[in-house]
Design a protein around this ligand. Structure first.
Ligand code: HEM
Length: 417
């Protein structure tokens, strides 16, 4: 691992002085060593102010379940508006920010959210179920046996882009463009990948906008249809968006529907492999898929945090947060808070209240696609259990250099058969 931020991979989170902890350090997420930092903060400084981050500047970390909920429900004091800084720990210069409804406050947020909400209406989900199942079957039936392959590439990415292409009614043969744009939108230039500068990211965004502008022009001149582009093109609150606002909302929907579900699909395979007792329980009773799916989403926490900016002075967990301060809600930590969740460190597929987690957020920005994500995972596991006795993880997973997207890039697996 070659982390370009100053970082001692062996620093002990339990003895490092509290004022030197930088819980957002992406290198710790890449090598999966962030857990003790959050356990320490929950115990010693649940609302913690960090001033040592070379990447993110000063920020508050909220690490306990109940404090995260308090921020989520108080959207008047804690803004998501990109004008104040937006929704992730990384500040972006004003000229590079993309307007999108997740980074807006009411009333604009509410009006635009309403335009796309029907995509997950129960009747539409019922219609999507058959399409998802067909595509899952095709993907699973094409997998090699007795051979090592990358589950992320062959299944997690393929299934999520297929789904997104369906939601957008996007040309199927070009569906991999969606995962490319999504990865470019969330890549950290410091990680040294394809996106090595903001200028490069803007180039990719321009390509994405040009492609989607053609689709908008086709849909706007046709009757409204239940796909996301048609909904945006005809929606009262979105039909007069600027091109940049259209791009922003597309990126929101692409990233929202892509990285998150992808990493839950990969996480599920990893967690079952590491917990053979739970895997045996599942094989004996496939009905447990219902409670396992939300447990996978809790345990993975595909978005490690969301950020807000205080717009007034607020007291939280005994700390005085000042107007203008950056406040990071660490879902990944709240989901491991023993005061809210019993035995949170364990992966248990038959929990009594499996949906009691923070992975979808809460309040007015709670994930639009939560039921759709659960549906995809449910169908995937139903079809996996029909076909394969086990999926063996045969090497260490490689993880994303990010403290926002909590993800896996490589998961070597083998399916005996
Ligand atoms: C918002 C997580 C799947 C679309 C969010 C938020 C989180 C999240 C944490 C912000 C909540 C907050 O600020 O309180 C997830 C996870 C998923 C998932 C963990 C999968 C396991 C999806 C899918 C879609 C989607 C499949 C649809 C294409 C959105 C949108 C928002 C959102 C549009 C913005 C909502 C708003 O601002 O009102 N999601 N998401 N997500 N998600 Fe998801």
């Amino acid at each position: 691992m070659n982390a370009p931020v100053s970082y001692d991979p062996h620093a002990d989170a339990w003895t490092t002085p509290l004022d030197q902890l930088d819980p957002g350090n992406p290198a710790r997420f890449q090598d999966d060593t962030m857990w003790p930092t959050f356990a320490r903060l929950r115990r010693d400084a649940p609302v913690h102010y960090s001033t040592t981050s070379p990447m993110f500047g000063p920020y508050w970390s909220v690490t306990k379940y109940k404090d995260i909920m308090a921020v989520e429900v108080n959207h008047k004091a804690f803004s998501s508006d990109s004008g104040f800084g937006g929704i992730s720990i990384r500040d972006r210069p004003k000229e590079l920010q993309l307007p999108m409804f997740i980074a807006m406050d009411p009333p604009r947020h509410d009006d635009q959210r309403k335009v796309v909400q029907p995509i997950v209406a129960p009747a539409n989900l019922a219609k999507l179920e058959g399409i998802i199942r067909d595509r899952v079957c095709t993907i699973l039936d094409g997998l090699p046996r007795n051979e090592t392959f990358n589950w992320v590439e062959h299944v997690s990415i393929e299934l999520t882009v297929t789904m997104l292409a369906t939601l957008f009614d996007f040309p199927y043969e070009d569906r991999r463009k969606l995962s490319f744009w999504s990865d470019c939108a969330t890549a950290a230039p410091e990680a040294g990948g394809y996106i090595d500068s903001e200028a490069k990211r803007e180039e990719v965004f321009a390509e994405c906008l040009a492609y989607f502008t053609d689709l908008w022009n086709q849909r706007v001149n046709a009757d409204p249809r239940p796909d996301l582009i048609s909904m945006l093109a005809h929606g009262e609150a979105t039909r007069n968006m600027t091109p940049r606002e259209y791009l922003g909302n597309l990126i929101l929907l692409i990233v929202g529907g892509n990285d998150t579900t992808r990493n839950s699909i990969s996480g599920g395979v990893l967690f079952l492999d590491r917990n053979p007792g739970e895997y045996a329980k599942l094989r004996a009773n496939p009905g447990l898929i219902e409670t396992m799916v939300p447990e996978i989403i809790r345990y993975q926490t595909p978005l490690a945090h969301m950020r807000r900016t205080a717009v007034q002075d607020v007291e939280l967990g005994g700390q005085r947060i000042k107007a203008g301060d950056k406040v990071v809600m660490w879902y990944i930590s709240g989901n491991r808070d023993p005061e809210a969740i019993e035995e949170p460190e364990r992966f248990i597929i038959d929990r009594k209240r499996p949906r009691q987690h923070l992975s979808f957020g809460f309040g007015i920005h709670r994930c639009v696609g939560n039921r759709l994500a659960e549906l995809q995972l449910k169908i995937l596991w139903e079809e996996i259990l029909k076909r394969f006795d086990r999926i063996e993880v045969v090497g260490e997973p490689k993880r994303v250099f990010s403290s926002f997207v909590h993800g896996i890039t490589d998961l070597p697996v083998r399916i005996p058969g």
